[in-house]
Write a protein that binds this ligand. Sequence first.
Ligand code: PRX
Length: 658
Amino acid sequence: MKKKKNSSGSTIESIMKETRKFPPSKDFREQAHIKSMTEYNNMYKRSIEDPEAFWSGQAEKELDWFKKWNKVLTWEPPFAKWFEGGKINVSYNCLDRHLKTWRKNKAAIIWEGEHGEDKTLTYQQLHREVCRFANVLLTNGIKKGDRVCIYLPMVPELVISMLACTRIGAVHSIIFGGFSAAALGDRINDCGAKLLITSDGSFRRGKRIPLKANADIALINSPSVENVIVVNITGLEVKMKGGRDHWWDDVVAHESTMCECVAMDAEDPLFILYTSGTTGKPKGILHTTGGYLLYVHVTAKYMFDLKEEDTLWCTADIGWVTGHSYIVYGPLSIGATSVMFEGVPNYPRPGRFWEVVEKYNVNIFYTAPTAIRAIKRDGDEWVKKHDLSSIRLLGSVGEPINPEAWRWYYDVVGGGRCPIIDTWWQTETGGALITPLPGAMTLKPGSASRPFFGIKAEIFDEEGQNVRSNQGGYLVITKPWPGMFRNLWGDEERFKSTYFSQYAGIYFTGDGARIDKDGDFWLMGRIDDVVNVSGHRIGTAEVESALVSHLAVTEAAVVPIPHEIKGQGLFAFVTLKKNTEPDKALKVELLKHISKEIGPIAKPEMIQFTEALPKTRSGKIMRRILKQIAMDRVDVGDTTTLADPSVVDRLIEDRKNL
Ligand code: PRX
């Protein structure tokens, strides 16, 4: 934390502090699901004192079950089972049940393309398309429990594919369209997918990205995939392999628009979503059916204060968990209207987001701090040009939102009228765990407020003791909740050791946090070797192993640096093989190599070539020191434990000249 001297000579914190508080307005409060702190406190207390009664009450009230469960919770840490014996189907809850109501002909998904084209799917239309595609899956031999990988941009076929999988009990695994062929191949192989859904390409800032060509490369070494369904989006020329590859339009044309839902066990797998960890190998986060659906439904309802008549726009890509939970499953199970956007915030103009808000009269707008900072930089006039009066609630997710961005979001986008929910959660948690409830809570910019119902969040020190208020420590969740992931696909040992070994049987989030004296949570970022770049989680080990897979590289260490727009960026220290020229061309080549191995999101901001890295006598790279050097600091702390402390001086010198 930067310190500076004030006039009296004592040190004061120079980071901007926002001490203003923002209580809910009377208007918002009166129409909200949860209208006061008393209401929140009472409900929270019940949810913690008797979670089984609380969650079974919610499950009964909010979801449609084919058969009621026998047991609400079995908790044998770290393994949780919710609603055992219960039979349910996600597609039924997101579609069929609405067809019996006035929502039948209401917009479920409003899709906005990058070039301004649009398409609306009502609940009834979406149901028809989902049934048709579920029949395609069945025709292609996909059965309950089979894995289906989806590598698509933000197009309606993505939502149709997901819901079709859930309808027949197939387990989907979506791979973000920005990932490379190599990353796609690893994920397909890890989950043993039988079928892949992809497209010829995707649009990105007017360019066409060749997804099918990437998939073809991935499939060379992915023998489990028997069939590939290809959506025609960009008109890019693609190679179709006879017998394996089929055009989406051709295969759906023959199928019926009726398809029975499979009654799934509550604990049957629903999806796998890969996320980065502290080793090179991504983790397959496994979510199951009943608990996940209930948790995303209930969180969407209360944190977004979501009503069926609302239009919600979550700007995330469905390739990340935010899109799974709050574009698709949460809003559709509630029966709201969800906007799905193919483009980016500032193409072809900086005001693109606000054009979309105005076009659809969006009521709830949910985005990431990185987008807010980028839009802010483009200037207020791009926001002010548009009528944003339909918005009644703003949200933020993915990384801590700095108070300055918060205030701008509040004043300029929200016109000083709309509460902001800063929602903290993770791929592993399924839905938000720490979030304001906007009709009840007084907001403090930079704080994610309080734990959601049923969430017992605490801050521990190294020994597992609760720290005092305002003291930083490790954020842990000490009780199970329905939306928690159940395992890592095919790697139970890693599941146990990564998340439940620091404090036996307690979920270790990997984030640091503090609780202030009012009981509000302040997130302090990751405490492991995971970096949040533009709200995307990247394991530094993954980038390091991509670097060392290049022929010229002997060793690499990657650390985070602060970044004005992205929140955090990556800085790579790279040691080259003997007789390799450390020139600019090689840097460009290494960046390309990382794009190829992982994807453009993992490209470092800077690369520094170095003869040696600072290591302990046992050979461990001292990342603590590298973090300081990357930030161009001269005072790097204690170097006495290093095998060769002189390495540090050279690194500091070279950093200056970068
Ligand atoms: O460090 C936290 C940060 O994002 C991590 C989870 O990343 P991922 O699994 O990709 O899921 C992102 C979307 C849910 C967390 O460990 N994070 C997420 N939301 C916040 C946050 N950090 C601070 N404040 C938040 N609101």
